[in-house]
Design a protein around this ligand. Structure first.
Ligand SMILES: [Fe+2]
Ligand SMILES: [Fe+2]
Length: 210
């Protein structure tokens, strides 16, 4: 089995765990996992991390969130325990399995429930996950409850810009390539929100200077 065949098996495994639950939040979760895998691949290549392990961990990092039960902050550790036998079936070595499982287990709060060094691969998965948390789609999600109230929307956009600007210190992410991608997301979000706020400033009656 080659790497791409293993990725197909992972996609089928998630599909199976979802069963026939027709839930848009689960659709979103899988789309998110796919994007995290894309960011993970890019960062892993740039940082010389083990690319296949990173992609496998990214695809599976939120696997426990496809369960009926909400595992909350435990979903990383629950997911890692869940996929261990499946990773062995895919033919990964014990060391690879531990590394993939550590990245999955630690992605929420940096804590696993087994001893393992905090590897580059785990850092890449964390960065990739955080980058997608600042995606274009997340802007829409953030404001979905106030789209009908323009003043509230603009107020919230101003608060959000201030908050985003506090996330700018260097080395916010664990890897330099993750940092670059994250900054790109932040700049995109800030630029969009500043345009939104600027539009509100021209929502006034024009005046001609005499
Ligand atoms: Fe997660
Ligand atoms: Fe995630």
């Amino acid at each position: 089995m080659d790497a791409n065949q293993r990725f197909n098996k992972i996609a089928a495994y998630i599909e199976e765990r979802r069963g026939n639950r027709n839930n848009p939040a689960l659709d979103y979760r899988w789309q998110h996992s796919l994007r995290v895998a894309h960011y993970g691949q890019q960062i892993a290549l740039a940082e010389n991390a083990a690319v296949e392990q990173v992609i496998a961990a990214c695809l599976l990092h939120d696997v426990a969130r496809f369960d009926e039960v909400d595992h909350g902050i435990e979903h990383g550790r629950v997911g890692a325990r869940l996929v261990r036998p499946f990773l062995a079936e895919l033919g990964y070595s014990p060391a690879e399995i531990n590394n993939i499982c550590f990245a999955i287990a630690a992605h929420v709060d940096d804590q696993a429930d087994f001893e393992h060094p905090f590897t580059l691969e785990a850092k890449v998965v964390n960065d990739a996950d955080n980058i997608d948390r600042f995606s274009t789609y997340r802007i829409l999600l953030h404001f979905q409850d106030c789209l009908d109230d323009y003043h509230q929307l603009i107020n919230r956009a101003s608060q959000r810009v201030e908050k985003l600007k506090t996330l700018q210190p260097p080395q916010f992410m664990a890897t330099p390539s993750g940092e670059r991608l994250f900054r790109h997301q932040l700049e995109m979000q800030i630029e969009f929100l500043e345009r939104l706020i600027a539009d509100s400033k021209i929502s006034i009656l024009p005046q001609i200077k005499e």
